[in-house]
Each structure stands twice: as structure tokens, then as C-alpha cells.
Design a protein around this ligand. Structure first.
Ligand code: PRP
Length: 212
């Protein structure tokens, strides 16, 4: 049996579709209810829905053998897991964003508001720039508009949130997409099952690319 941590929400539903088409369906999962665990013993698979930012924790600690996490989370928390496959969905960019007329003030450190402090710190450390991190949990776009920060480091998908708040992307920090990850011990002890699943998922991902 392979235990899979699925990210709750739209991304998780797309991921489940891929797994279902790859031969790892679990029909009960499509019933509208609030259950969190689903199992298909015939297919040797069990799923649980978790908060997207928690997937890597379940996998790192072995509560799930595999999971699907955004590259943003993997870069930010650096969990000790195997990264098996880029699923090519949940594609977006981690960007530095600000007002279109933004100019840095060389007399003080740049104030950066973000949900991703480690990612921001790494990005500016590589440029040897000193920054003052303001760690927020959401509505990041507000920070430079009301003067809490100079810029933000945040996810840009369609760019709509930025545009509607009068902000623009200033630089790309990292390209982001959903990744299939595995617990390191499971990767060894359940090597055959995980390898089989990984190959079936990879074929399905390729298939979807061709039909796009
Ligand atoms: C994310 C991100 C941006 C937005 C980008 O926020 O932090 O605010 O999506 O998407 P877009 O480019 O398609 O507009 P999320 O929806 O997770 O909400 P949050 O503000 O609570 O973090």
C-alpha cells in the first residue's frame, strides 16, 4: 500500500485526476463529503487530503510515502525528501514585485514583505544585498501599497492580483510547479511500488502535454 498526501484544493484535484488516469483511482474521493482519508486496496493506494503547505511535513516524517508539493514549499522549507518528478501543473513564478516607480533607497536595507522568508533571504544573499524581512501570512500585495514594505517576494500565477493592486513583477526569483516527492525510507523499502507509480504518472503527464 502506498500512502499519498494530496494538497487540498484546486491543485490537489488536478493531481488526483492525473493519479486516477495513471491507474490509481479511488472512486470514493469524488463523493462530496468532508472525509480526509480514502483507500483503494485493490489498487494498493490510500490518499489523504492535507493543507498544501503541510504535504512536505507528512512526507518527510513518513506519515505519507509520497506527496505532491509546490516547488515554492520545497525551496522555502528544504524538507529532507526525494524529489521524483515535475508534474508540470501549478505552474507559476516566485517574483520580487513592487510599485512600477520603485527605486531602492541605498541609505537603508530593503524592506521585503513575504510569506517565504528563507526564499527571500537566499535570493538577496546571493546578490549580497542586505534586507529587512517582514514575515506576513497573506494579502502580501498590501504591504508596498500602504508603505509597510518596499517590495514583496510572492507567487505570481496569472498576475491578476498584482495588476489589480497597481504592482508589477520586478524580477523572477524561481520558476515554480508541483513536484512528486517521496519519503526517503519509503523510497528504499517501497522502491518497486513507488517506481511503478512514478512511471505511470510520468506517462500520464507526458500524455497531457501532448494533448494540450
Ligand atoms: C497567492 C499569491 C498571490 C496570488 C497570485 O495568494 O500570494 O497573492 O495567489 O495569483 P495571481 O497571479 O493569479 O493573481 P493566495 O491566493 O494563496 O492568497 P493569500 O493572499 O492568502 O496568500
Amino acid at each position: 500500500m502506498i500512502n499519498v498526501a494530496l494538497p487540498k484544493g484546486r491543485l490537489g484535484e488536478k493531481v488526483y485526476e492525473i493519479l486516477e488516469n495513471a491507474g490509481y483511482g479511488c472512486p470514493a474521493i469524488r463523493e462530496k463529503n468532508r472525509r480526509l482519508i480514502f483507500e483503494n486496496t485493490e489498487a494498493g493506494i490510500s490518499y489523504f487530503w492535507v493543507k498544501p503547505s503541510d504535504v512536505a511535513i507528512y512526507v518527510e516524517r513518513g506519515a505519507a510515502d509520497i506527496g505532491i508539493a509546490g516547488k515554492d514549499i520545497l525551496i522555502e522549507y528544504e524538507p529532507d525528501v526525494f524529489e521524483l518528478l515535475d508534474l508540470g501543473i501549478g505552474v507559476c513564478r516566485m517574483c520580487v514585485c513592487g510599485r512600477p516607480d520603485f527605486r531602492p533607497d541605498p541609505s537603508r536595507p530593503l524592506r521585503v514583505a513575504t510569506k517565504f522568508p528563507n526564499t527571500a533571504r537566499q535570493y538577496y544573499a546571493a546578490k549580497s544585498e542586505e534586507i529587512d524581512i517582514i514575515h506576513l501570512n497573506g494579502s502580501i500585495e498590501l504591504a508596498p501599497i500602504i508603505g509597510l514594505s518596499d517590495v514583496i517576494v510572492d507567487i505570481v500565477e496569472t498576475g491578476k492580483t498584482l495588476a489589480e493592486n497597481g504592482l508589477v513583477p520586478l524580477a523572477v526569483v524561481n520558476p515554480i510547479s508541483a513536484r512528486l516527492i517521496a519519503n526517503k525510507a519509503s523510497g528504499k523499502f517501497k522502491y518497486d511500488e513507488i517506481q511503478r507509480l512514478c512511471l505511470a504518472v510520468e506517462a500520464e503527464v507526458e500524455n497531457r502535454k501532448e494533448n494540450e
